[in-house]
Write a protein that binds this ligand. Sequence first.
Ligand code: ZN
Length: 112
Amino acid sequence: MIIFGTRSKLIASDVTDTICHHCQSRDTAWLYLYRHYFHIFWIPAFPLWKSAFSECTHCKMARRVKEFDDELLRAYKQIKETAKTPWWMYFWLLLVVVLILSVAAIGIIKGS
Ligand SMILES: [Zn+2]
């Protein structure tokens, strides 16, 4: 039995210089960027999509990307471009590449 699925990890967060439309507070909206990944036995295999949400630290109003205004969308695009995917989200892919290279190296050594 192989256990697999998707999980997500927070890869970036930043406070935005926007006004909360719910409580009118300034600079209280935090933007959280998550990277989803496919896992096999809870070990990351490869990264999938990015998602984000915003939360006001004053009134706790949370918004999804579809509900972002222009200012939040601009901040979202900026953080999405600068946030890097952690290397360990490619763990299974790296393992497969190392195994293939090892088998090829053994074949070359035995062949010569
Ligand atoms: Zn608010």
